[in-house]
Design a protein around this ligand. Structure first.
Ligand code: SF4
Length: 409
């Protein structure tokens, strides 16, 4: 990593046990009003607290000048104003990409990435934030730095929301006080394995009294937790659903997305298709393009067969370099040929540029670097295993490895 600029937003706090106070940002208006009344305060103060949480520059209750001191002290005693103990911000691409490494009260680290897209061709400027839903991840996709880290824990609702508040506060300092326009749950973790808290966060984001971001501006990505997709379908349109597909052939997907050993790709796509049918919302399929692994004509044809005629859009993303894998991104001409094969059967497809590679914008890379490098022999063993597994997969043999621990269903 070659950081262009590092800004430490708050002094480091040496904490190991989780702070027992709940995060204030997850408290809805009614619950906050009840708490205020119980503490001898008028309910209208809830609005002042929410305005300060989502719109101001306060870093603690005592910074909010409209609140009485006694109330600020009681809020501080009862809640965490922010669940982030420390934010380290790294800028790249002339400030167009901002990666935040958030340290939580128990020392766990998570990441969010804020990407700025300037106004062009009549389109307004966009500011998209990619956030984490878990610390680490149990799914263990081998091309992903978070998969390397393993699973630490689910994030609390406030820990999800406070990544967004951190970005909103930074955007507010931009010239012209920019607003966040899009949120994608594509950072660390499998959102559908922490679905209750993801749904709680989304309802806060939709709330006009807080962020007020419409469902169309929120995307939740899953590696294929079929019961979670079905639950979302039953709830109706909540946000855009993205499926991390990466391969349409089970043998290869068993290796690239180990969850496939529990829910095979046909089952995942059938659930997603049903979701599109019931909600009328197009499904976004993500394919990380790995040179010589999942970028062949046969892979493109398998995806074409699987998705042809569906309400679907495919995004092809060159793989970010990740330590501990023997793989690199597919060359651009190969990605373009892959895209042409899909487009040729009428599947809408976009080649996405990888943002912030120099700061490790792939999910989990900063946190992996923060955690330190594993011993060289462990890396070599892992590379060898991946090479053997992918070679077997390319011969069409399904994996006999177990379903990753921590993946229920
Ligand atoms: S790609 Fe997503 S689901 Fe796979 S290991 Fe990384 S964070 Fe988990």
């Amino acid at each position: 990593m070659t950081p262009l600029q590092t800004v430490v937003m708050a002094p480091p706090v040496g904490v190991a046990a989780r702070d027992p106070r709940p995060g204030l940002s997850a408290l809805d208006r009614a619950a906050l009003e009840r708490w205020l009344v119980d503490h001898g305060q008028p309910p209208f103060r809830a609005r002042q607290v929410h305005d300060a949480l989502w719109g101001g520059t306060a870093t603690r209750p005592s910074d909010v000048t409209t609140l009485p001191r006694s109330l600020a002290a009681a809020l501080d005693a009862g809640f965490r104003w922010s669940t982030m103990a420390e934010d380290t911000i790294v800028l790249a691409e002339g400030g167009q990409t901002e990666k935040a490494l958030h340290r939580l009260s128990d020392g766990a680290t998570i990441e969010s990435v804020l990407m700025h897209y300037p106004a062009r061709q009549g389109r307004r400027a966009r500011h998209t934030l990619c956030i984490s839903s878990q610390a680490g991840c149990a799914v263990g996709c081998p091309f992903c730095a978070t998969g390397e880290l393993g699973f630490t824990r689910d994030l609390e609702t406030a820990e999800i929301l406070d990544q967004i508040r951190s970005a909103v506060a930074r955007l507010g300092q931009h010239e012209g006080a920019e607003r966040l326009t899009n949120i994608v749950f594509m950072g660390m973790g499998e959102p559908l394995l922490n679905l209750d808290r993801v749904l709680e966060s989304v309802s806060v984001l939709n709330d006009p009294a807080r962020l007020g971001l419409g469902a169309r501006h929120i995307t939740v990505s899953t590696s294929g937790v079929v019961p979670g997709i079905r639950r979302l379908t039953a709830l109706g349109p909540q946000f855009t659903l993205a499926i991390s597909l990466h391969a349409a052939r089970d043998a290869l997907r068993d290796v690239l997305v180990p969850l496939n050993r529990r829910w095979p790709v046909a089952e995942v796509v059938a659930a997603a298709r049903e979701h599109a049918k019931k909600t009328g919302r197009r499904i976004s399929y993500e394919v990380t393009m790995i040179g010589g692994v999942n970028d062949t004509d046969a892979d493109a044809d398998a995806i074409a067969t699987l998705l042809r005629g569906d309400l679907a859009h495919v995004n092809l993303i060159p793989m970010n370099p990740v330590a501990h894998t023997p793989w690199t991104a597919s060359p651009m001409p190969v990605i373009e040929a892959f895209a042409a094969r899909l487009a040729g059967v009428g599947i809408p497809v976009t080649i996405r540029r990888n943002r912030g590679q120099e700061i490790g914008a792939a999910c989990g890379q900063l946190a992996a670097e923060h955690a330190g490098q594993p011993a060289a022999p462990a890396v070599a063993r892992r590379r060898q295993r991946l090479e053997a597994e992918s070679a077997r997969a390319l011969r069409g043999q399904r994996s006999d490895e177990p379903v990753p621990a921590g993946v229920e269903g």
